[in-house]
Design a protein around this ligand. Structure first.
Ligand code: ARG
Length: 460
């Protein structure tokens, strides 16, 4: 028997039931469904729509159900259309006829919208806590590497020297934006839909503000048609996850490259690496590769939901049931990736010598040789040309700009003096870049201060 079978003359086909059911994935909403129902009946009693005694019986029954579910005493994998129907059926089974009053003045359309919002608000906060752990790890690692010189890259070609701290703090900024994007997503989710009914509210004198306050929402969904058909908050969430996974994927890519034998800038801890079944020498960066790989499915989830929503007329359509697997999968993916990524990062070993050697052997100070000339009055374009000649000479004759004799410099321009070597040392190149946002220890320390303030603020 179905809760809605009154107008039907035939049983639904077993395939219809199977196809229609969302219980296999929306069972996760059981807690939100129960808390939402409890706020709803409390309000129904206050508004004299049901009696206080009825509300108490329903609410107590729901509390019992919640603890039974959490203790594992109830198998949620039952023959039911969705978690909302199942909880209502279990309640009526438990407390009898009065359970049937729970759904007064409510539709599953506003109910499911409520459950999803409650579920996301709670879980976004969990994701944000994981982001803070990652930010902490990056911050602490960066603090130790303010003078660890390494090449900065463009086109994956050595470009100009930076420090490992400066490089890491670029990721701090990305993940800080991710944190804020999730905060915004939470704001978009923080509107209370209950009372919108199926689409046009109800004739019962509901007090939506009471339910809103009871459940801790900041705002009400202001239009009932929108309230039951808005899944923007799900899309915002999926976008926030996809973008953060893109950042994690880029970071993973660098970890894989830096950990390679060709670079050897870092070494992954044994605990966060894997071996090969055939090649005994292998120590593979599988964690980073899986994080990079899993970014793909989170893009898929975002595109899937946007595509599902794009043709839907107002208000609720069953298509919307498709929001759940996308949201749950993206949530699971990021919740799985973040802690392991953080641990992997916290345990890497840094090979400072290799970083330094790479920074000093790829002409990363060529710009600084040009700037040396500019500071002595040469136009930048001419200086650029002279240094190009120097680099060509070095490449052919196996010199670096540091090892090239002054006599060779002078052949290109008599302006070069002995002080050129000091001006183009890797340390000078980095330390003199004191512009805000730059790699010098002074600039990075300022950035670290700002980062610390952010961390203190989000942890407060
Ligand atoms: N399982 C449904 C969903 O996830 C709940 C809402 C069903 N509403 C309806 N009128 N069939 O969207």
């Amino acid at each position: 028997m179905k809760l809605w079978d009154g107008r039907f003359t035939k049983q639904t086909d077993a395939l219809t039931d199977h196809f229609n059911s969302s219980l296999s994935f929306d069972y996760r909403l059981y807690k939100q469904d129960i808390l939402g129902s409890q706020a709803h009946v409390k309000m129904l009693a206050l508004q004299n729509i049901i009696s206080q005694d009825e509300a108490n019986q329903i609410s107590d029954g729901l509390s019992e159900l919640l603890s039974e579910i959490e203790n594992g005493d109830i198998d949620l994998m039952q023959d039911s259309e969705d978690i909302h129907m199942l909880i209502e059926a279990l309640l009526t089974e438990k407390i009898g006829e009065v359970g049937k009053k729970l759904h007064t003045g409510r539709s599953r359309n506003d109910q499911v919208a409520l459950d999803m919002r409650l579920y996301l608000i709670e879980n976004i906060s969990n994701v944000q806590n994981l982001i803070v752990d990652l930010l902490d790890t990056i911050y602490n690692l960066a603090k130790q590497h303010i003078t660890t010189f390494m090449p900065g890259y463009t086109h994956l070609q050595r470009a100009q020297p930076v420090t490992f701290a400066h490089h890491l703090m670029a990721y701090f900024e990305m993940f800080k934006r991710d944190y804020k994007r999730f905060e915004f997503t939470k704001e978009m989710t923080d509107s209370m839909p209950l009372g919108c009914g199926a689409l046009a509210t109800t004739t019962y004198p509901l007090n939506r503000d009471y339910v809103k306050d009871e459940l801790g929402f900041t705002e009400l969904c202001q239009n009932s048609l929108d309230g039951v058909s808005d899944r923007d908050f799900c899309s915002d969430f999926l976008y926030s996850v996809a973008l953060m996974m893109m950042h994690l994927s880029r970071f993973s890519e660098e970890i894989i490259i830096f950990n390679s034998h060709e670079f050897k800038f870092i070494e992954l801890d044994d605990a966060f690496s894997t071996g090969s079944s055939i090649m005994p020498q292998k120590k593979n960066p599988d964690i980073a590769e899986l994080v990079r790989g899993k970014s793909g499915r989170t893009y898929g989830n975002l595109i899937a939901l946007l595509t599902t929503l794009k043709g839907l007329p107002l208000a609720y359509n069953k298509d919307m049931q498709e929001d759940k697997e996308a949201v749950f999968d993206s949530l699971d993916t990021i919740s799985l990736c973040l802690p392991i990524f953080t641990k992997m990062l916290a345990t890497i070993t840094i090979n400072k010598d290799n970083m330094y050697n790479a920074a000093s052997s790829g002409f990363t100070n060529a710009t600084d040789v040009a700037d040396y000339l500019v500071k002595k009055g040469v136009a930048f374009r001419d200086a650029h040309h002279y240094v190009g000649k120097l680099v060509l000479f070095c490449t052919i004759n196996n010199f670096t700009l540091e090892t090239l004799p002054l006599s060779e410099y002078k052949k290109i321009s008599p302006i070069f003096k002995e002080d050129v070597f000091d001006a183009i040392s890797i340390a000078t190149c980095v330390n003199e870049r004191q512009v805000k946002g730059g790699p010098s220890p002074t600039a990075v320390n300022k950035h670290l201060d700002i980062a610390k303030q952010f961390l203190n603020q989000v942890k407060a």
